[in-house]
Design a binder for this molecule. Sequence first.
Ligand SMILES: [Zn+2]
Length: 96
Amino acid sequence: MASPTTPEGRSVRAEAKEMGRFKEKKKLVFMCFLVDQRRTTRSSKPAAGICSRCGACARVADMRTTTRFCYVPVYRKTWRAIICTFCGALLKSYNR
Ligand SMILES: [Zn+2]
């Protein structure tokens, strides 16, 4: 017995070349937080020591770092540091 065959004369070329440019959409994220941190020197007195950078006199200063969030102080830290009077370099800091 001879079963009838149906020959398929299709030559399928699979060209899967994707030349499309892959675009990445980068979302710009704006940080809307209004965080402000300022360092103020409360009081300073001369200390025995010179600056390692410029050689000027060093001072012991009571520093205060105030972190503000939307102009409301949320964190306050008082610390002591030895700073230079001439170049303002922070020579040493004592964290209490
Ligand atoms: Zn200095």
